[in-house]
Design a protein around this ligand. Structure first.
Ligand code: PHE
Length: 344
């Protein structure tokens, strides 16, 4: 055999062997590559080596040198493959085995906003006292927000500085314009909506947002929530109002001995009208307004003031929630800082 042929055969063998070892992906593949190329009996290296005998005697030293080089290359490729498989073995061994019996990690779930929680609590308590929760729209008209509540056209409560009027199609805003729409400034609007549609007796609460153009500070915000209560029936008195408010506060603040104080006040839609204070933790806290539904209001919705009487109240939800949780600044409720919200 010519030297050149022998060398070509060697080169072919060495590069095929290198490729086979480099591709061996697991110990079984590595072993079969070993058997194929460097197997002691039928290995291809052995066979090529036998061919050396037929090379001219003068060329044999050169052929032998090349044969050794080829052996080294193949051996090296085999070793590299072995190392590669060993180290990936260790990597899998280093990973802790998955143990399905270990307790799982609790996912961090979202939670309800403190005001949403407060509203749910209030609905629950008032529900047990027999009050049904109803909803009303946040965009109101003049009739429900003012007129039917005994707030006449010239009344200062309609001042554009105290209300968020909406621009009308005609481009005009403010009191007297037709039709006047505004973001409701109180939930008392819902009283009118309910009484206009239902004959007495009624016993409802309504919880929702109200809007007033106040500058935000620790106790004011241009949007806040009210809980409105309305009970109309035969022979309803202020004593009923006081008892309901007291039971409500006592339940909400956890069964403590809560007292309710009335201070004389004025609202166009109640007569008499009072400011409601609650004593809690050695102090009086203002909760909102209340009173006996004004006969003019009963008449406006078609009730007979000679037949039925009623009480109504409107309390600030934020104030009550803040008091319960020791929140100092109403703005914290609407900054949406999760570090704050997570605490509830
Ligand atoms: N609507 C009044 C307010 O916003 C509160 C109130 C409600 C007063 C019901 C009396 C009766 O301040």
């Amino acid at each position: 055999m010519a030297l050149a042929d022998f060398l070509a055969e060697l080169e072919q063998l060495a590069s095929e062997a290198e490729a086979a070892f480099a591709q061996a992906a697991d110990p079984a593949a590595l072993e079969s590559a070993r058997v194929e190329f460097v197997g002691a009996k039928k290995g291809r290296l052995k066979q090529v080596q036998q061919g050396m005998r037929s090379v001219e005697a003068a060329d044999r030293p050169a052929a032998g040198k090349q044969l050794n080089d080829a052996k080294n290359r193949i051996e090296q490729a085999a070793q590299q493959a072995q190392q590669r498989l060993n180290s990936s073995d260790q990597q899998t061994a280093a990973k802790p085995a998955f143990d399905p019996t270990l307790p799982g990690v609790r996912p961090r779930l979202g939670r309800l906003h403190p005001i949403t929680q407060t509203i749910a609590d209030m609905k629950d308590i008032m529900g047990r006292l027999g009050f049904t929760a109803v909803e009303g729209p946040e965009i109101e008209d003049d009739w429900h927000n003012f007129q039917a509540l005994n707030i006449p056209l010239e009344h200062p409560a309609r001042d554009p500085l105290d209300n968020f009027y909406l621009a009308t199609a005609a481009g005009s805003t403010g009191a007297g314009a037709e039709p006047t729409l505004l973001l409701r400034s109180q939930t008392s609007t819902v009283q009118i909506r309910v009484m206009s549609e239902t004959p007495p007796p009624v016993r409802i609460i309504s919880l929702g947002r109200v809007y007033r153009p106040d500058t935000a500070d620790a106790t004011h915000y241009p949007m806040f929530h009210q809980i409105e209560g309305l009970l109309v029936d035969r022979q309803v008195t202020m004593a009923d109002l006081k008892s309901v408010l007291r039971m409500f506060c006592q339940s909400y603040f956890g069964g403590q001995d809560v007292h309710i104080r009335f201070r004389p006040s004025f609202f166009p839609f109640t007569e008499p009208s009072v400011e409601v204070d609650m004593n809690w933790q050695s102090g009086w806290m203002e909760m909102g307004g209340a009173g006996m539904v004004d006969p003019n209001v009963l008449q406006a919705v078609g009730y007979d003031p000679e037949e039925v009487t009623g009480f109504a109240f409107g309390l600030g939800v934020e104030r009550i929630c803040m008091r319960r949780h020791g929140i100092q600044d109403i703005r914290d409720l609407y900054t949406n800082d999760v570090r704050f919200l997570q605490q509830f």
